[in-house]
Design a protein around this ligand. Structure first.
Ligand code: SAH
Ligand code: SF4
Length: 356
């Protein structure tokens, strides 16, 4: 059964449906996923401007190139002014969503991230969306960031396997990650999460569990990235994910969450020259040009070989447009809020004011 034939084409899928799709051969699965993306999102690909604010991180995730223990990283943190200037340049170029991402830096504790969010909100004006991605924080901090004008938050659960999660995130538990995602939802954020594919120790069941968890979380935004081993991490000798697996995961995510905004990720573009196009073909509907100032970009290496390090993300838009067009898709500058956001809001209002 295809999501489009389920009657309610926006409803997250259940496990039985996900298992059925997971048994399909690649070509059939991908075609089905693209047809669902077409019916819900049309032929448009939303653009988001990505700003990598800092590579300072107090965490030690085994897979990540900027983990605390990698002493060879040249650490940086963009000033609030530099982030604001980048947002202003992005606004002038046409972007209406800015994604601020970084490590869990001590320098962003206290009111550091709050001040940064306020500066970005001021620069972005009232009509653009601000997305944050700075890992786990307290519910109170999330509430403050929301009040300061952040609209969305991205935090992947990385893997739905609790044992693997604890091992790969150096003792941090999946349960804590999920609590933080709940806190974000409660604070009123549009919620993004997702996972990597091809992590060492994964099985076919891990992929099913990842998709089931994404559907249960009813994500507004969902990212899939192939794991790419970084030479200066404990996982240097792991084999990493294949592009085929990342594409299958993207298609399954699209079928499980028809309304979700799904990026064609840079990691896929790094692993294969047409990785992003293939993700679009499998139902992705977002591209995130990296508009971080070029001087900082080369130091934000979560994995090796990252593409487009020497050019500004503003130059990338032309290239991405050609890539999308090659798959029959066009780029969109709309801010692209969560599908059903207004509906959810309205339901709340109606429920609150409903008689009896
Ligand atoms: N510190 C924040 C955000 C930055 S990391 C956080 O951890 O949530 C952003 C994402 O990069 C992570 O969620 C992870 O899925 C991805 N990532 C890290 N190392 C990677 C690698 N070696 N290969 C592919 N993706 C990686
Ligand atoms: Fe830090 Fe995120 Fe990398 Fe983990 S994945 S080490 S939290 S930047």
């Amino acid at each position: 059964m295809s999501a489009a034939l389920r009657g309610d084409s926006h409803r997250p899928a259940n496990e039985a449906e996900i298992r059925e799709w997971a048994s399909l051969p690649d070509a059939r699965l991908i075609a089905l996923a693209r047809s669902v993306a077409d019916s819900v999102h049309g032929k448009e690909v939303l653009l988001r401007g990505l700003i990598e604010v800092t590579n300072e991180c107090g965490m030690d995730c085994l897979y990540c190139g900027i983990r605390r223990s990698n002493g060879e990283v040249e650490r940086y943190r963009l000033s609030d002014e530099a982030v604001a200037a980048t947002v202003e340049a992005g606004l002038a170029a046409g972007f209406r969503t800015f994604v601020l991402q970084g490590g869990e830096s001590e320098n962003l504790r206290g009111d550091g991230l709050l001040k940064l969010t306020e500066a970005a909100r001021k620069a972005a004006g009232a009509d653009s969306a601000i997305t944050l991605s700075f890992g786990i924080r307290s519910r109170r901090e999330y509430e403050e960031l929301r009040a300061a004008g952040a609209d969305r938050y991205l935090m992947r659960f990385e893997t739905a396997d609790p044992e693997l999660h604890r091992y790969l995130r150096n003792g941090m538990t999946l349960r804590r990650r999920l609590e933080a995602l709940e806190d974000l939802r409660a604070a009123g954020f549009q919620l993004g999460s997702g996972f990597m594919t091809g992590l060492p120790g994964e099985t076919g069941e891990t992929l099913i569990a990842n998709i089931v968890l994404a559907a249960e979380l009813d994500l507004d935004m969902g990212g899939v990235g192939p794991f790419i081993p970084h030479p200066k991490t404990p996982l240097a000798d792991a084999s990493g994910g294949t592009i085929e697996l990342a594409i299958r995961a993207t298609a399954l995510l699209r079928l499980a969450l028809p309304a979700c905004h799904i990026p064609a990720t840079t990691a896929a573009g790094t692993l294969h020259p047409e990785g992003r196009e293939r993700m679009l073909e499998a139902g992705a509907n977002v591209l995130m040009p990296n508009i971080t100032p070029v001087g900082a970009k080369k130091n934000y290496l979560l994995y090796p070989g990252k593409i487009c390090l020497d050019e500004s993300g503003f130059q990338c838009v032309g290239c991405l447009s050609v890539r999308a067009l090659g798959r029959g898709l066009t780029l969109s500058w709309n801010r692209g809020d969560a599908v059903g956001l207004r509906k959810r809001g309205t339901v709340g209002v109606i429920a609150a004011g409903a008689p009896g």
